[in-house]
Design a protein around this ligand. Structure first.
Ligand code: FE2
Length: 282
C-alpha cells in the first residue's frame, strides 16, 4: 500500500530574503453569501458534526493575477504572518501574488475577529500538468481536519484560487463522527461516501473560502498545460510541517522534526456506518 506521504510531491526550499510588508487593519469589506455557514463558524473550535450539514464554499469573486513570471514556482505552506501581528511579510519572489494576498487578507482581517492571533501560510504552484492527471494529490479530502496530534483548537480555513478548472467540491452530508481518528483514515471514508452526482466545480480565477468541512479535490485536466494554484491558510497553530517552504524574514526557526505522517498508519473503517447514531436508517 502506498503511504500517503510518498504521494506528496515537494521540494525543500526557502524564499523571503527580502519581503514586502503589508499591514491589514480591520476595515469593512463585502462578504458575499452572508448566510453561508462558513462565515458564522469562522473562529469556532473544530467540530466534526459540521460534516453533516453540507454547504458550498464561499465564492468571493474573481481576482486576476499575472502568473507568467512565476512559471515553475513551487511554494508550500510558507508562513507569511505570525500571531501577534497584523502585518504580512510577503516574499519578493511572490510579488505578482500581491493582488490575491491583499484581497484575501482584507477579507480575513474583517471577517475573522481572531485575525491577529492566527498564523498565515501561503501555497503557490505554477507547474505543467498533463492531460488526465491532477496537479496535486488526487482524491476527495479536506484541509485542516483535527485528528490526534494536537488538542482541538479553532478550525483553520483557506482561500483557494486556480488559473484553470477550479477545485471540485462535493456537496452532501458525510458521516464521520463514528470514526476513531487514531486508527481510521478519514479520506478513505470520504471517497467511499462521495457521490459523483454531488460534485461541483469551482470557477477558474475565483477565490473560494473553505474550512475543514468542505470536501474537495484537485480536478483532472482535460488538456496538458501550465496551471497555477494559490492557497492562503489561516490557522491558530503553526503548520509545523518539515516540507514547508521557509520564509527567511519571519525570524522563526521553522525547523520541524521529521515525523511519521499519521495518515501512513490509518486503515479504512471496516464496519457499517452506524446510521442510528445519526438519527436515520441506512
Ligand atoms: Fe485541499
Amino acid at each position: 500500500m502506498d503511504r500517503y506521504s510518498e504521494k506528496v510531491k515537494y521540494e525543500q526550499n526557502q524564499i523571503g530574503e527580502t519581503v514586502t510588508e503589508l499591514l491589514f487593519e480591520s476595515r469593512w469589506v463585502s462578504t458575499p453569501f452572508p448566510n453561508n455557514p462558513l462565515w458564522r463558524r469562522m473562529g469556532a473550535v473544530f467540530d466534526p458534526e459540521h460534516f453533516l450539514y453540507p454547504s458550498p464554499p464561499v465564492d468571493l469573486g474573481k481576482v486576476d493575477i499575472d502568473v507568467g513570471s512565476l512559471e515553475g514556482t513551487r511554494v508550500l505552506r510558507c508562513p507569511i504572518k505570525k500571531p501577534g501581528s497584523r502585518t504580512v511579510l510577503l516574499p519578493t519572489e511572490l510579488a505578482p501574488m500581491t493582488p490575491f494576498v491583499r484581497f484575501v487578507c482584507e477579507t480575513e482581517a474583517f471577517a475573522n475577529q481572531h485575525f491577529e492571533e492566527f498564523w498565515c501560510h501561503i501555497t503557490f504552484e505554477n507547474t505543467y500538468v498533463e492531460a488526465k492527471k491532477t496537479q496535486r494529490v488526487a482524491g476527495w479530502h479536506v484541509d485542516g481536519f483535527q485528528g490526534t496530534r494536537v488538542a482541538r483548537h479553532r478550525a483553520e480555513h483557506s482561500y483557494l484560487w486556480a488559473t484553470s478548472k477550479g477545485a471540485e467540491f462535493c456537496l452532501q452530508p458525510f458521516f464521520v463522527s463514528h470514526l476513531d481518528p487514531t486508527r481510521h483514515n478519514l479520506f478513505n471514508t470520504l471517497a467511499e461516501q462521495a457521490q459523483e452526482v454531488n460534485s461541483y466545480q469551482g470557477i477558474a480565477r475565483h477565490v473560494y473560502l473553505i474550512d475543514p468541512y468542505i470536501v474537495h479535490r484537485s480536478p483532472w485536466m482535460d488538456v496538458s498545460g501550465q496551471r497555477s494554484i494559490a492557497r492562503i491558510t489561516f490557522t491558530e497553530t503553526e503548520l509545523e510541517d518539515p516540507t514547508n517552504t521557509r520564509n527567511l524574514s519571519l525570524g522563526q526557526p521553522q525547523d520541524y522534526a521529521p515525523r511519521i505522517d499519521v495518515r501512513d498508519r490509518l486503515s479504512t473503517y471496516d464496519g457499517e456506518i452506524p446510521w442510528a447514531q445519526y438519527g436515520i436508517k441506512g
